[in-house]
Design a protein around this ligand. Structure first.
Ligand SMILES: [Zn+2]
Length: 303
């Protein structure tokens, strides 16, 4: 896996009615053989190169992925969704091990310093979605967002608690337990409403408690996917699963339900691992969907 040549450190913004959503990248875009992440081949990617290249894949069929967080500003609150991998965490995957990246500086540069975050949401508790819950200070893991309430879905926490994989035990120890110990954790149902314009939506399958995040304001809607979909090729072939799913059949059904709704309502699909524009609109294409290039919006605000 190598950094994508279009590496950029910028952030990106969208307006959904009165809500504002900002994307902040943690890592440079990653170029990889699709088989490492999703159950498809380079040939399948190349076949759809006309709309996947160059934003989401290269001409050889390697896919491009982002590791990024979204910060929603709505109803007077700042809600950070999926705080990425984190610095200094010991992880088995070399690309994620003991990072020393500028994520917090990028938040600051976007005008969203860590002290200003009111809520932290994790769509699920895989290591690339909750790492910045904490940071290392004088040898101890402390909450990165000291003024935030951290929202965890009850079923997701139960799943992680029972998981004895090495990385899961590490995530619990360095990214979840310190939040509970600090009294900042709130455990909620999978359809929890955070503020008027932002709510969780149960999208189980990738993990048992996986939730997407729905932003609705003034008749417009966006959905932050978490890992219910990893790559835009899965809008065209929704049965393509990913290699890290807990229940593939449930994940497939969930993906179809969400994509259908996004297309029907003309919602903005903000893919947690989508590269390039990151936010896409869909239109029907046979019994699946395709990216609606004509509906793409420009950045709502300059960097
Ligand atoms: Zn992920």
């Amino acid at each position: 896996m190598a950094p994508h040549p279009s590496d950029n450190e910028g952030f990106k913004r969208w307006a959904i009615g009165a809500a504002r959503i900002t994307r902040v990248l943690e890592l440079p875009p990653l170029n990889a053989d699709p088989a490492i992440f999703i159950q498809t081949t380079k040939d399948e990617i190349v076949k759809r190169g006309d709309w996947l290249c160059p934003d989401f894949a290269d001409e050889e069929g390697n896919i491009t992925l982002h590791f990024q967080a979204f910060i929603i500003e709505a109803s007077g609150k700042r809600i950070l969704v999926d705080p990425c991998i984190g610095n200094d965490k010991e992880r088995d995957i070399p690309e994620f091990n003991k990072l020393n990246g500028p994520f917090l500086q990028r938040l600051e540069a976007a005008g969203l310093p860590r002290e200003s975050i009111d809520y932290v949401l994790c769509t699920h508790l895989h290591l690339d979605h909750c790492g910045w819950n904490t940071m290392l200070v004088d040898g101890a893991w402390v909450p990165t967002f000291p003024n935030a309430q951290y929202i965890f879905a009850k079923a997701e926490y139960a799943f992680l608690s029972a998981d004895d994989h090495r990385d899961s035990i590490a995530v619990m120890g360095d990214s979840i337990k310190p939040i509970i110990d600090a009294g900042l954790a709130t455990f909620v149902d999978a359809d929890h409403v955070i503020v008027d314009e932002v709510r969780l939506e149960p999208t189980h399958g990738h993990t048992p408690g996986h939730c997407a995040v729905v932003i609705s304001s003034e008749g417009q809607e966006a959905i932050i996917t978490g890992d219910l979909i990893h790559h835009p090729v899965q809008v065209a072939i929704p049965h393509v699963g990913d290699n890290f799913c807990w229940n593939h059949d449930m994940a497939r059904a969930t993906r179809r339900t969400v994509l259908e709704r996004v297309s029907d309502r003309n919602s903005l699909l903000l893919g947690s691992h989508f590269s390039g524009p990151t936010g896409i609109y869909l239109k029907p294409d046979g019994d699946a969907w395709i990216v609606d290039q004509a509906a793409q919006v420009e950045d709502a605000a300059p960097v």
